[in-house]
Design a binder for this molecule. Structure first.
Ligand code: PEP
Length: 249
């Protein structure tokens, strides 16, 4: 099935108002490649300003609380994110799973809340180096996916990001064969979970994607785009990844 490529930047805890020139340059590059869906998940402090400054570029958040409202100091609800102008959100990033001890069940609750609110929802999964070296990567990540994805999915608004933890920010990436094997396994799990609509859900690869390796990663079957950390901070680094996706669109 043909799926539109989706390239999303994750700025993590980077970015001030003074970085808006990067956001504007990314918006204008994205506008030049309308066959690719591009988005930027900025720190919460920048969501409102970014969505006003670049209305043509979908702006997202990097986490969300599953509850509608309540006594959750420091947290933001789906309605708050949407109110600020966000149209997408990342849930279950490995940095949150590790540092905030987020469980699959919590990730699923966040994903269900976000999808319910109409946000494009990117559910992250990925194995540690120990798991990869033990030969258990595929069953481990399949289990994580099964337990983290929403029970019912709107395939047009759900995406999955396969991000091997050992590849994030390290400059190391799996072989294209290993990426293909994992994405094909995840596609099968999505079809078990959602039937035919599992075919429409985009599976992104994340972990040290750069302009220099994006084309070979996007050529892999079932790779429908990328979640990009470090290389999304500067337009000059991010734009070649958008261009590589456009060539495969
Ligand atoms: C990420 O953390 O989502 C990520 C993919 O980071 P990087 O591209 O820097 O490896």
């Amino acid at each position: 099935m043909a799926r539109r490529k989706l390239v999303v930047g994750n700025w993590k805890m980077h970015g001030l108002g003074s970085d808006f020139v990067q956001v504007e340059e990314i918006e204008s590059a994205a506008a030049g490649h309308p066959q690719v869906d591009v988005g930027l998940c900025v720190p919460s402090t920048l969501i409102e300003r970014a969505s006003r400054a670049v209305p043509g570029l979908p702006i997202g958040a990097q986490d969300v609380h599953p509850a509608d409202k309540g006594a959750h100091t420091g947290c933001l609800s789906t309605a708050m994110l949407a109110d600020a102008g966000a149209s997408m959100v990342i849930v279950g990033h490995s940095e949150r799973r590790e540092a905030q001890h987020e469980t699959d069940e919590e990730v699923r609750a966040k994903a269900e809340a976000a999808l319910g609110a109409g946000l494009l929802t990117i559910v992250c999964v990925g194995e540690s180096l120990d798991v990869r070296e033990a030969g258990d990567a595929v069953p481990t990540v399949e289990g994580q996916l099964d337990a983290s994805i929403p029970r019912d999915a709107d395939a047009t608004r759900l995406a999955v990001a396969y991000e091997p933890i050992w590849a994030i920010g390290t400059g190391r990436i799996p072989t294209v064969e290993d990426i293909g094997q994992m994405h094909s396994a995840l596609r099968q799990r999505l079809c078990v979970a959602y039937g035919d609509s599992g075919e429409a859900i985009r599976i992104l690869y994340g972990g040290s994607v750069k302009g220099s390796n994006a084309a070979e990663i996007f050529a892999v079957e079932d790779v429908d785009g990328a979640l990009v950390g470090g290389a999304s901070l500067k337009a000059a680094d991010f734009i070649p990844i958008i261009e590589a996706a456009a060539l495969k669109a």
